[in-house]
Ligand binder design. Structure first.
Ligand SMILES: [Zn+2]
Length: 88
């Protein structure tokens, strides 16, 4: 990764990697920086942690594609209404 930011879509894709502890330190910093400024991803992240705590492990297939789309759509709307920015 040559960028110093992550999009919300990438956050959703990388959350399991982060929670598994297999993410490189540099990326973890970027991941945490995004969490600090993005309520949508923070909510998703907390939900994933909760799920893992309940299951005692990472779910095999954590999100259905449809659920993921819904989530990303919600993020997009949130971004638009609060910052006027479009998701990348
Ligand atoms: Zn985000």
């Amino acid at each position: 990764m040559n960028r110093d930011y992550l999009t919300c879509r990438e956050m959703v894709e990388l959350v399991t990697e982060y929670l598994e502890g297999v993410m490189p330190p540099r990326e973890r910093v970027i991941f945490e920086a995004h969490l600090a400024v993005c309520p949508g991803c923070t909510a998703y992240f907390e939900q994933m942690k909760q799920t893992i705590r309940l299951l005692g492990k990472l779910p095999e297939d954590s999100i259905e594609p449809e659920a993921r789309d819904t989530l990303l759509h919600a993020f997009r709307n949130w971004k638009r209404t609060t910052t006027g920015e479009e998701l990348v």
